[in-house]
Design a protein around this ligand. Structure first.
Ligand code: ADP
Ligand code: MG
Length: 215
């Protein structure tokens, strides 16, 4: 997995966020302030632009630059949270990137996000999609599963984690102000985290189909 691969991941994340912008905003309208789709679309559009204007020299730099752009451009809580995750991932990721190295960096990124948000699994936040993805990657590394399959499993775990936020009561962020009325809705941040993981597996699958993939 090279520098181009990570830039392609973020471009694909930008595309999926743009495609699902209305859905993310609708989810945020139910339990927040109806800006999650526009927040992230603005942020990831800036990420794609920053990466095109100043192409980074390493996978780690791609992620660090992306994190910086998200922190700079997203007004809502999700900007600093995703921004810290990507920046920590970027600082930790060593080249040449293997699945094990990616998993280690991803895990550190998620920990940084959890620390900043003071959120844990079950609080009905993006953490509820990211932690299952992280655990799934760790199991894949342990079991010697290839990166393509590992990314697919991680994206599925994130989507499942997002769905599982529906019956939860929010304990962090704006949705927590609603108390019990936050129950019965999918958390918008968990939904966007699932999209970001979907983008990773999409890009890996596309590279493989085009004969460009190497683990
Ligand atoms: P805002 O809540 O400021 O309007 P967004 O709408 O962009 O920001 O993002 C909302 C999402 O951010 C929530 O759905 C939740 O997943 C996530 N979030 C909010 N607060 C926290 C927190 N303290 N820890 C982790 N995630 C959080
Ligand atoms: Mg919001």
């Amino acid at each position: 997995m090279d520098t181009r691969f990570f830039a392609a991941w973020l471009d694909e994340a930008a595309r999926l966020v743009r495609r699902d912008r209305e859905r993310l905003t609708r989810l945020d309208a139910a339990i927040g302030d109806a800006d999650h789709g526009t927040n992230l679309d603005r942020g990831f559009t800036e990420v794609a632009k920053a990466l095109a204007d100043r192409p980074p020299g390493s996978p780690g730099q791609v992620l660090t630059e992306a994190g910086t752009a998200l922190i700079r451009r997203v007004g809502g809580a999700s900007g600093p949270l995703y921004g810290s995750m990507f920046r920590q991932m970027g600082r930790t990721l060593e080249a040449p990137v293997t699945l094990a190295r990616f998993e280690a960096a991803f895990e550190e990124g998620v920990v940084a996000l959890e620390r900043l948000g003071k959120a844990a699994l079950g609080d009905k936040t993006m953490v509820d999609a990211l932690v299952p993805a992280s655990r799934s990657l760790a199991l894949a590394v342990r079991d010697g599963i290839g990166a393509l399959e590992a990314f697919r499993l991680a994206a599925d775990a994130a989507a499942e984690g997002a769905r599982e936020t529906i019956p939860l009561q929010a304990r962090k962020g704006r949705a927590s102000y609603l108390g019990e009325r936050s129950v019965g809705h999918e958390d918008p941040g968990a939904a966007s985290a699932a999209l970001i993981m979907r983008a990773l597996t999409d890009v890996a699958d596309r590279d493989q189909a085009e004969g460009r993939w190497s683990d």
